[in-house]
Design a protein. Structure first.
Length: 224
């Protein structure tokens, strides 16, 4: 498959849509895991459809959701840094997901043979590292209410920029609480407050009113 695809012409777009020796499409239902913390790290994934979450469990058994993944996101790249290493986190499907699974050896071969793709992959990893740093700053200096607003906006990024409202994937208040470092009761309080202010609406799923919620983060919304 590597030769048939002409590695010198391989682009991220063709890579994401390809399956063959060393790479295959996997499908997971909601709450199924791609892999668990401590599993052998032997492959890299690229999410094609659906949403997934990355979570970790501390030595004391406390679980925390680190971030949410959307279509086009890579995960499991720790397998490239070590041979016979272990997964440092668990990745679980939030809703029905499809992903491209690539064996470690094949991913390394693609990166070595295709500088253009390697540059694109490195840029992605650096971008995610910067977002992670921003999340840490967010945790340190912003209120849990603002952290929740930022998290909801990040989840709404899959919508078109010109769309004022976006339905986000199903997510529990417990997961939101894990992500922003607070309690479920606080999340429930903030969600009700956001709804009363017209920032979100929800029945079965949450609909984010993006311009209004963005104004909250810029301290431009009266009463927040």
């Amino acid at each position: 498959m590597m030769g048939e695809m002409n590695d010198s012409k391989l682009t991220p777009a063709t890579f994401l849509s390809s399956a063959g020796p060393g790479r295959r499409i996997v499908e997971l239902e909601s709450e199924q895991s791609f892999f668990a913390q401590g599993d052998p790290a032997d492959s890299v994934f690229c999410l094609q459809t659906g949403r997934a979450r990355i979570s970790v469990v501390s030595a004391k058994g406390k679980q925390a959701t680190i971030t949410l993944l959307g279509p086009g996101d890579f995960f499991g790249e720790e397998s490239l840094a070590m041979n016979s290493g272990r997964r440092v986190a668990t990745v679980t499907a939030v809703n029905f997901c499809t992903a491209l699974k690539v064996k470690r050896e094949d991913m390394l071969r693609i990166l070595h043979r295709n500088p253009e793709f390697a540059d694109s992959f490195l840029s992605y990893l650096l971008g995610r590292s910067m977002r992670t740093q921003a999340d840490l700053v967010d945790q340190m200096f912003n209120s849990s209410e603002k952290r929740l607003a930022r998290t909801l906006l990040m989840m709404a990024e899959t919508g078109k920029p010109e769309e004022p409202q976006t339905m986000i994937p199903p997510i529990t208040q417990e997961t939101l609480a894990e992500m922003i470092g607070t309690t479920r009761s606080r999340v429930s309080f903030f969600m009700n407050r956001f709804r009363d202010l017209g920032l979100i609406s929800y029945k079965d799923r949450i609909r984010v009113h993006k311009p209004r919620l963005q104004a909250v983060l810029l301290d431009q919304f009266a009463g927040v």
